[in-house]
Ligand binder design. Structure first.
Ligand code: PTR
Ligand code: PTR
Length: 311
């Protein structure tokens, strides 16, 4: 982390901006053929936010007669720290993909959904209302019925305990739905510490949910993928996952590499992290975290030092 502070001090805001610009200029690491198929285009929220063929999540075919595109959803696997496919990064579901979304959650045995956008922002729909909003409410999504069992309110986020019922098999499962409410669109959270607390909660819940719901789990040690989405599934989603990866590495070996983390993430979910201040936020949040943990002296980085060379 001391190296990271030196890096940020040396580069100041402008240098970090250039670093982000370099990442942005790199061409995407593969093809988007599946996302572009005519029958799939209507399943993309944004025509310019597609998923790479190689890392896309495939839905299991429901029947043999289905055509070859019915396994498509705008969602990508992303690796975590030492954990393959730790996340599924996806767009905010569209009304016509609600059923597909819940199918994916079921098939991938997802325990946690992290939503970092609100349904409406500045008068525009950013994401469909794909889960029952009120406590006690039940909604029908084709093969799945979802019931909102209980809601817990926190300062910056809301946790809904959902029950997912599979009509075909008659099985039920629990899924935790986290809605982070104070992340403005086109921006970054006001304070890093709120985001850091949120991330800690999500981590903790994934761990306890895995132990209680799948005690005999034999898959990857981190458990099933955590579904993370915003509106397009690249900006805020990429920022959240970058932080989670960097902090896990920091906890483990005491170092971070934000640039490589983002570059690597972009090979799985193209265009991850959308604005330079989201990128810069990752630096600030990692440093704040290190200070919280006593890994850095609070005096090592003052904001004034960073601002001097900015804009
Ligand atoms: N994609 C937009 C552009 O290229 O101009 C920029 C943009 C960035 C739009 C972020 C929306 C963004 O985000 P959010 O939904 O996170 O505000
Ligand atoms: N076409 C949209 C735009 O350029 O505004 C794509 C877009 C939308 C990109 C939102 C990023 C967005 O942000 P996020 O991934 O954080 O929802």
């Amino acid at each position: 982390v001391h190296d990271l502070v030196q890096h940020v001090k040396r580069k100041k805001k402008k240098g970090i901006y250039q670093e982000y610009e370099e990442i942005r200029k790199e061409p995407p690491a593969g093809t988007f053929d599946y996302s572009k198929k005519p029958s799939n285009q209507i399943k993309n929220r944004y025509s310019d936010v597609l998923c790479l063929d190689e890392s896309r999540v495939r839905l299991c075919p429901l029947s043999e007669e289905e055509d070859e595109t019915s396994d498509y959803i705008n969602a990508s696997y992303m690796d975590g720290y030492k954990n393959k496919n730790a996340y599924i990064a996806t767009q905010g579901p569209l009304p016509k993909t609600f059923g597909d979304f819940w199918r994916m959650v079921w098939e991938q045995m997802v325990l946690i959904i992290v939503m970092t956008t609100r349904v409406m922002e500045r008068g525009r729909v950013k994401c469909g209302q794909y889960w029952p909003l009120e406590e006690g409410q039940t909604e029908d999504y084709g093969y799945f019925v979802v019931r909102n069992m209980q809601i817990e309110m926190f300062q910056d986020f809301k946790l809904s305990h959902l029950e997912l019922y599979n009509r075909q098999t008659g099985e039920k499962r629990e899924v935790s739905h986290y809605l982070y409410m104070s992340w403005p669109d086109f921006g970054v959270p006001k304070s890093a510490s709120a985001m850091l607390d949120f991330r800690a909660q999500v981590r903790q819940r994934q761990e306890t949910a895995l132990k209680t719901l799948y005690p005999d789990w034999t898959g990857p040690p981190g458990g099933p993928p955590v579904v993370v989405h915003c509106s397009a599934g690249i900006g805020r989603t990429g920022t959240f996952c970058t932080l989670d990866i960097c902090l896990s590495r920091l906890e483990d070996i005491g170092t971070v590499d934000i640039k490589q983390t983002v570059r690597r993430m972009r090979t799985q979910r193209a265009f991850s992290i959308q604005t330079w201040d989201q990128y810069y936020f990752c630096y600030k949040a990692v440093i704040e975290y290190a200070q919280q943990r006593g890994l850095l002296q609070p005096v090592e980085l003052s904001d004034t030092e960073l601002e001097t060379d900015s804009e």
